[in-house]
Each structure stands twice: as structure tokens, then as C-alpha cells.
Design a protein around this ligand. Structure first.
Ligand code: KIV
Ligand code: NA
Length: 277
């Protein structure tokens, strides 16, 4: 597997090849993802939930996100790496966004950044792109502004809202994003957007017409059960596997089965005798 570039992703869209993406937050997981067929990862601010156990993504800060970015970068050699910009690290103005995106690229060693919002954030996106930073957009359900949206609800269900999301996609494309995440919108709206922009759309809860898909890796592997949105599909039950392994280990320790000779160090008998003299 070779690390793809943003040009490759546009090419894949043209050729109708789906782009595959998951979130990743640490070295061990990234080592597995890097060996897999996944094209691109996101160090998402969903780390607030999956890695920190916070209730909301707005609760994670940039320094914490940078720890996860660094760990991922240490294993992510063949996968395109995107770092999420956490809440209030890009909303104030373009200068603030540039400084913080610069940290994600330089210190976090990400290939690109992602930020939430459409038209309202387009000028900031354009400034980042001018500075040479690849930017991924994120529209529809934007978790950092979930409180203002009135909760975690499907977006674009009425004509006015759907039209605004299409406008947001076009504004992001014009601002120079290399891809756009579409979260929790009706499939027909995602289809129209996907057909209206040249850049790939990456869906999560946005149906099957997107150019690619993204899922939170803890959701798809079965490592997070606090809540599960309708759009999540579980491909493994690693949580159960971990319980089995941990309880088998605990049992073997309690019963004196582990460690056995195979996992212990021996010493010549004469030495042992001298030791006990
Ligand atoms: O933080 C995240 O996990 C995300 C994806 C769900 C797109 O933003
Ligand atoms: Na996110």
C-alpha cells in the first residue's frame, strides 16, 4: 500500500472508485490500519468520546488532539492522515485557524486538516489552502455545533435546509477543499452534492451515493457502547474479545496456571543450590 495524495482522491472519484476512511487515535490502532486496505484516516475530535470519555466533542482541546496526532503519525506511513481541528481553534479568524492548523501539520505530522462548517467558514478555508494546507470540509450534522442544531439530528430534511447544505458544499469546493465529509443527511441530498462538486464526498450517515465512507473505528470494531447512531455498522466485537482475553488471564493467574515454564526464566541447579546455602 502506498500513501495516496489529494490528487489520487480526485482521480478515484472520477473513476468511480470508493474512498475508504476510518478514525484512528493511537499508535497500536494505526499500526493495524496502516497494514489494512483503508485509504485515509481521521484523527477525529470524536477522540473526546472514544479516547477521553467526554460527553461532547467540544470538550477536547488542541494539545490533547496533538498527542493523538503524534501517536498516529508514528505508525501511519502508508495512509493519508487528516487531523481534526477542535472546537474554537479556527472560528475566531483566519489567523487563528492558520496558527492552529500549522501546529496540526508540523507538530502533529498530519497530511491535512478538517474543520466543520460551510459558507460561514469558507474564507478561513481559502486562507488555509493559500497557505498550502490541504483542507477537508465537514457539513450536514456538525457535532461541534450540535447544541445550536438542537441535538444530534439528521440535517437537510426540509427544502430550505437541504438547499443550504448544497450551497455549503459549493462554497467549500470554491474555497479549495480536497474533500467534504457529509454527516447525517438524507441520501438524495448527498447524491445531489456528490454530482455537483468535483471533489470527493465522504459520507457518514449520508447514504451510498458518496464517493467514500468514514466511520469511527471504535464503533465499527465494537469498542464503544455508550451509544450507537443508526448509521453505524459493527464489523467486529473486539470489546467481547478483550473481555474473554482479560478474564482468561485473570483466571490463569488465580489458578497458578500462568506463568508456566515457557514464560519463565530458569537457572542452573548448582547456582540455585549455592544461592540457598
Ligand atoms: O471526529 C470524527 O470522528 C469525525 C468523523 C465522524 C467525520 O468528524
Ligand atoms: Na470530528
Amino acid at each position: 500500500k502506498q500513501k495516496a495524495s489529494i490528487l489520487k482522491f480526485k482521480e478515484m472519484k472520477k473513476q468511480g472508485k470508493k474512498i475508504t476512511m476510518v478514525t484512528t487515535y493511537d499508535f497500536a490502532m494505526m499500526s493495524q490500519v496502516d497494514k489494512s486496505d483503508i485509504d485515509m484516516i481521521l484523527v477525529g475530535d470524536s477522540a473526546a468520546n472514544t479516547m477521553m470519555g467526554y460527553e461532547k466533542t467540544v470538550q477536547i482541546d488542541l494539545d490533547t488532539m496533538l498527542v493523538f496526532c503524534k501517536a498516529v503519525a508514528n505508525a501511519g506511513k502508508h495512509t493519508f492522515l487528516v487531523g481534526d481541528m477542535p472546537f474554537m481553534t479556527y472560528e475566531i479568524n483566519a489567523e487563528q485557524a492558520m496558527a492552529n492548523a500549522g501546529r496540526i501539520i508540523r507538530e502533529g505530522r498530519m497530511d491535512a486538516v478538517k474543520l466543520e462548517g460551510g459558507e460561514r467558514i469558507a474564507n478561513t478555508v481559502a486562507a488555509l489552502v493559500r497557505a498550502g494546507i490541504p483542507v477537508m470540509g465537514h457539513i450536514g450534522l456538525t457535532p461541534q455545533s450540535a447544541a445550536q442544531l438542537g441535538g444530534f439530528k439528521v440535517q437537510g430534511k426540509n427544502l430550505k435546509d437541504a438547499k443550504q447544505i448544497v450551497k455549503d458544499a459549493l462554497a467549500l469546493e470554491k474555497a479549495g477543499v480536497f474533500a467534504i465529509v457529509l454527516e447525517a443527511i438524507p441520501s438524495p441530498v448527498a447524491k445531489i452534492i456528490t454530482e455537483s462538486v468535483q471533489v470527493p464526498t465522504i459520507g457518514i450517515g449520508a447514504g451510498n451515493y458518496c464517493d467514500g465512507q468514514v466511520l469511527v473505528i471504535h464503533d465499527l470494531l465494537g469498542l464503544f457502547d455508550r451509544y450507537t447512531p443508526k448509521f453505524v455498522k459493527r464489523y467486529a466485537n473486539l470489546g467481547e474479545e478483550m473481555q474473554k482475553a482479560l478474564n482468561t488471564y485473570a483466571n490463569e493467574v488465580r489458578e497458578g496456571v500462568f506463568p508456566d515454564n515457557e514464560h519463565s526464566f530458569s537457572m542452573p541447579r548448582e547456582l540455585v543450590e549455592q544461592l540457598t546455602d
